[in-house]
Write a protein of this length. Structure first.
Ligand code: PLP
Ligand code: PLP
Lengths: 137, 412, 412, 137
């Protein structure tokens, strides 16, 4: 797969016009992470609604098209879902959102930064700890 | 191909086996030399020869292999010292520039920096010349301040002089910036710092590989650089220090080789530079470093410099006409080393690097271990193309072509 | 040649190019393996392959070479960790055992050891497991005491238990002595130390190369070893630490790679193990270390051990009948690793080593970086013959022949 | 040259029966050094006589035959000489005493340890500093 395929219209659109970009006035969950290797940053805020669902979710960040688009897409997918759903989100889901691009290992980290932040925040709220399996080594 | 009167690039390229490699079916265009350089066959051969013929621990064994390995190791020390106009006794082998600054932090800084003392670094430093001083300031209760930059990406000499009036203990700065390319005036800064009573440590990671450097005329108290950025193996570099300073400092790591005598309650230290080389050293790395210095000496560092300036000039011409292209650092190529950090429209450096990679072009993208500088420049990342002896005008053309492709994909 | 059912020595020897070499016209008989071992072609090839095909800085670049180098580097980390039953996240690449103990001194010791605290080492330690603790004791105002030895050269468990009753903060000891060969009972000592509230650091420099080691069952808090003593390149080793400890410790060296974010007045740290790998790492060294571990895994560490025990038994038989021959350490070869330290009549070890060298036989002579132990043994130096996978009964015969020659010259 | 030649009768004799071995009751110069790489040790004591000559000289030490024999031979040579003579002693003189054996670089250090100690002591007494050219690197 060539970079022309990786950077499809859709990803560029999400990069330039990220959905759910911004801050929430009131939120119950907040998480932030950076990729120490490249400096990409994502922060997410979630307002928890009835029956522990994700009522509102917004993100801010800076970084490459892949990290920002995937975070944005993930917030769209997450909105309205029960918090428990976040436990099941897997990297394959994120790749699917991005159109299954063929990413090298370092770009995979860009793609998964949003998921890591989402999980860290929600797991914390649920009293659990998210141990990133694709973490440092 | 570059028809330089100074360096025969085609001949040089034949010395680097990796340059035969294809990346995504394309010719490898390696422009990430400021991160690490490729290795000529002569350096690889020096390693193979060592391991196949005379591998042994050094300084400890009286058998033939041990004597040969020790000779070769010390011979490399002499070569590296001579390459920059220093003495072998002042030349300590370390893992690289980062270990060198940390050695100075622990062995000199923890001994001489006192509560309330001022340490001066600059906003263009690599993290390896910032974080050790933050840690030192914290452990000693000292204060760390930074020399600011001019809009053109040079050190603000007014800012430096202001800080020198506060009588700092230590002034830490890079000979060349790894992002801006700026070549700092080491001799002048060291003279001023010395008058202010400060000790100086100069990060030569981006200067020694690219410019003729003569430490005798620069006057730095400590000077550090890495082998892997100048054709040498990974895991080897040097700290060069004034002999008197090295002798007065505490040891750094403790263990074999750095001791003279060990008693239950105390030990005494070996002569410098061995006092700072605890444990089994990177023998092969040092020997390969010597071979790298031989290679560069054969080319001649003035020619290496001239070659890079030509590439820089050519690259400026080729790239600055691209819409949305923005380069950082001094515009005068005489004032900068052979690298260009840049941004291109709203294409994030990581995305650009990915697209370039597909064209076989390797550049670096990110914060380049210079987050303070990134904040000065008000960017989170930049691209960086950095040149070396095997790069040619063709390589610059490939870079331009790749950027244009990214422009098409991103509809710049 | 040794006809071992376990290791095919002739096949192994063909893998080591240096063994073809002649020394003073004689076949090289390399018996200085405890100082550093020779390298098989597969390790040399791994280095050449890296430099010729995918040399790049790791963790920093998104281009293909960078990704390949990073993968290979991290893959080596996983291999080395697995080789000793540890987790990759707990496995920090360092220069060698000496850097590992010093890392623990600076990053753990300076943080947790307080004035008046007790640090326990043993009289059989290598200087790399003594000097850091002397320096730590001095800087923190702590006290350093040593576990004594039995006449047979084992740790005196009564002495250890007495010291444990004083509630030490740290207990530092070797898994195997590099002079006596003694294999210490790591699991038992760690259990006792833990009950006494102490943190443990075990020097595995002479154990991991020679014995099957499973850290999961040993219970050490920190465990260190060197690549160059187990067929790997120079300049690489590991510190393995309990994850919680590594996370709570201060960083050691500051610079690139080990940081998460750098601000003017402070920085935050990367995840372990990267937090402890500042600056450009020895990429080639790590990759070669992985290849060395592959080689040893193919042989099987239980077979390596069995091979060495056979050589030990054979050597005792061959040497102990020499008039004036005196060996140190436990007599039971099951209790010791594959080396013999000895003295021979009044022939000083250096003189013996010179005479042996002329026969092509390389042994080590001197204090072996164990001056406290030399004083216990009441000698200033010993000879040491240390075995590895490529040694054979023939090598032992050559050693015996050389000693006899020295006897003739010195009219023993 | 083979080791049988290096370890001539003479060297073995000096190793086993070192001349001038011991301590002086009264001395004006004392110096000591070890070879950190192998642990060889030499200590020398000198009583200075009229016209700044070496009236008495003794050494103690432990180490290999080469280090001990060369130190012993050197004390014999030095005895009665003016202190200034020590400045001119060169390694070739020591090698000559030993019968010009063919020594590798590490054994050369053994051979020269005695000279280093002698020079360090005498230079110090004369108010100078001896900087060992064959020292650490
Ligand atoms: C028992 C022991 N510990 C530590 C070391 C030090 O290892 P290195 O020199 O690789 O740091 C050695 C070898 O020199 C050793 O034998
Ligand atoms: C200016 C500068 N200083 C220091 C370093 C650190 O060198 P090393 O990573 O070899 O320790 C680098 C390169 O990474 C650099 O570019």
């Amino acid at each position: 797969m060539s970079s022309a395929d990786i950077y499809r219209e859709l990803i560029l659109d999400y990069y330039r016009n990220p959905r759910n970009f911004g801050k929430l006035e009131k939120f119950d969950i907040q998480a932030h992470d950076t990729n120490p290797l490249c400096g990409d940053e994502i922060e997410m805020q979630i307002r928890v609604g009835g029956e522990n669902t994700i009522e509102e979710i917004k993100f801010t960040g800076k970084g490459c098209a892949i990290s920002q688009a995937s975070a944005s897409m993930l917030t769209e997918l997450a909105k309205g879902k029960p918090l428990e759903w976040v436990r099941q989100v897997a990297k394959e889901d994120v790749f699917k959102l991005l159109g299954n691009p063929d990413l090298g290992p370092s770009r995979v980290k860009c793609a998964l930064l949003g998921m890591k932040v989402l999980k860290t925040g929600v797991y914390g709220y649920l009293g659990a700890h998210y141990d990133d399996p694709d973490g440092s080594v | 191909m570059l028809k330089s009167e100074t360096i025969d690039v085609e001949a040089v390229r034949r010395d680097f086996p990796i340059l035969k490699r294809k990346v995504h079916g394309k010719r490898l265009v390696y422009l990430d030399n400021a991160a690490t350089t490729q290795k000529p066959q002569s350096v690889i051969d020096a390693l193979v020869d060592y391991y196949s013929r005379y591998n042994s621990n050094v300084h400890r064994s009286v058998h033939t292999l041990g004597e040969e390995a020790t000779e070769a190791y010390e011979d490399s020390r002499r070569k590296v010292a001579k390459f920059v106009g220093a003495q072998a006794k002042e030349t300590v082998f370390v893992r690289g520039t980062t270990e060198a600054t940390n050695l100075v932090r622990f062995a000199w800084g923890e001994k001489y920096v006192k509560k309330g003392d001022l340490i001066v670094a600059t906003l263009m430093e690599h993290h390896s010349n910032i974080v050790p001083w933050q840690l030192l300031a914290k452990s000693r209760g000292a204060v760390l301040k930074y020399v600011g930059l001019t809009p053109d990406g040079e050190l603000d000499m007014g800012s430096l002089e202001g800080l020198l009036r506060e009588s700092p203990r230590l002034v830490a700065f890079a000979h060349c910036s790894n992002v801006l390319g700026t070549i700092n005036d080491v001799a002048t800064i060291c003279t001023k710092a010395r008058s202010a009573g400060a000790t100086t440590i100069v990060d030569g990671a981006q200067s020694v590989p690219h410019l003729p450097v003569d430490l005798a005329s620069l006057g730095a108290d400590f000077y550090a650089f890495s082998g892997h950025k100048m054709l040498g193996p990974t895991g080897i570099g040097v700290l060069i220090g004034k002999k008197r300073l090295l002798e007065e400092m505490d040891p750094f790591e403790g263990g074999g080789e750095m001791i003279r005598e060990v008693f239950e309650d105390h030990s005494t230290w070996n002569d410098v530079p061995h006092k700072f080389e605890a444990g089994t050293v990177n023998v092969a790395g040092a020997i390969g470093f010597g071979a790298a210095v031989d290679y560069l000496s054969r080319l001649g560092m003035d020619k290496v410099r001239e070659h890079e300036v030509r590439l820089l000039d050519y690259a400026y011409d080729a790239l600055s006409s691209l819409k949305g292209f923005h380069a950082y650092g001094p515009e005068d190529t005489k004032k900068r080393s052979g690298l260009i950090a840049f941004n291109y429209a709203d294409v994030h450096p990581h995305d650009l690097a990915t697209i370039l990679d597909e064209e076989g072009v390797a550049i670096r993208s990110g914060h380049h271990c210079a987050q303070l500088l990134m904040r000065c420049l008000d960017v989170s990342a930049t691209n960086r193309a950095s040149f070396y002896v095997y790069n040619s005008y063709d390589d610059v053309d490939a870079l331009r072509h790749g950027i244009e492709k990214a422009g098409a994909i991103f509809k710049v």
